[in-house]
Design a protein around this ligand. Sequence first.
Ligand code: EPZ
Length: 431
Amino acid sequence: MEEKFVIHGGRPLKGEVSVGGAKNAAVAILPATLLAADIFTIENVPHIDDVVILLNILNRLGAKIRFLDRTTVVIDTRAVNHGNVRINLAKRLRASYYFVGALLGRFKDTGVYLPGGCDIGSRPIDLHLKGLHALGAEVDTDYGVFHAKAEKLTGCEIYFDQVSVGATINIMLSAVLAEGSTTLINAAKEPHVVDVANFLNQMGARIRGVGTDTIRIHGVQNLHGCNYSIIPDQIEAGTLMIAAAATKGDVLIKNIVPMHMDALTAKMVEMGAEIQEFDDSIRVRNSSRLKAANIKTYPYPGFPTDLQQPATVLLSTAKGASVIVENIFEARFKHIEEIRRMGAHVTVDDRIAVVQGVERLTGAQVKASDLRAGAALIIAGLMAEGTTEIYNIKYVDRGYDHIEDKLISLGADISRVPVEEEPFELDLDFQ
Ligand code: EPZ
């Protein structure tokens, strides 16, 4: 049954809120358990739809899954004995391609339905194919299946001509069990890439240099289970920071790594928000109209593309004009059509958006086109005068664990209600 968010805006968010585990680390760490036949206890697993889908796929492959609590899961992979992931569930999320890296590493033969994922651009996988091929695998994507097969995997030097989170992680997943050493050059440095490497090292892998643009992996014979706790979600933290400032609130965002937020923190301070950093939390306050600022998205430690959409909304009522350049994806401005319905003045030309700040947004019926566009529209609804209804919130549930509960605890007036099919009756009946 479809649901929508109904938000009565204009209420400042106040109080304290904790951030959950990082989605983009979890969606790689769960498939990575297939690199060993053993038992894992993983904490701080975000309870989001993408994770539930991946756990179901693991279960269908023969892994035993047990939740110790809402965010702690025990995974026993000892019964998994093949790499065939031609499971329809795999088509529902982009991160399915991590099963290729992990199962090629473990069984040297795998096939996974090509991934789906948010519609924010073409999202090719050429860098994944090139890297796995360099390790010695035969790869193809015939019949909608990502195949990879190898007699053996041999370490080598791989240069990424574009920084890619997914390709960096996927090649790492295979290289840890390759013979010899692999060097990844121009590798992604996102916190979730570091977290996946730390998880693999906890399993007995030998990865050095992660977090820099050159990662060295010394292949090992086999890996083992481990206990692990996933890092806090940088993007959920950023979403909440932006929501606090957008509603002229005062919020302490807890269980985060402040350093991971540096690009956003600097930009929000430039806009006039008051930000205090503590060991594992950040306090965001704002009591006046923010100033315009320019944003260009870049790989970490640059401004994260996943926060571009929420930040566009924050800028929509700032004083002055802001220029936003989306350098990572070619179609990540779909939320702008929707916030225009709420009174935003934004022009878009290819990868550049110019936001003319308006006094206020007004509530409207809008629809999410992807995960972070949905988050952006929630923020728009929280700051707008009047009522906003957000449709297609299934996208939001892929990456946020009941975000409305966290917002309600901060004083927001937001509810999740079923969408009634409005009877479509024609007033005119042509004879
Ligand atoms: C990951 O996607 C994240 N998803 C995205 O988050 C995030 O926006 C993105 O990294 C950038 O940080 C997950 O981790 C599951 P990329 P990914 O490979 O790995 C091009 C969210 O909202 N490219 O770093 O797909 C690509 O088209 C999601 O949580 C190639 O050309 O991103 C893009 O322009 C949305 N060939 C650029 O590289 C390839 O083989 C960066 O993509 C791979 C990527």
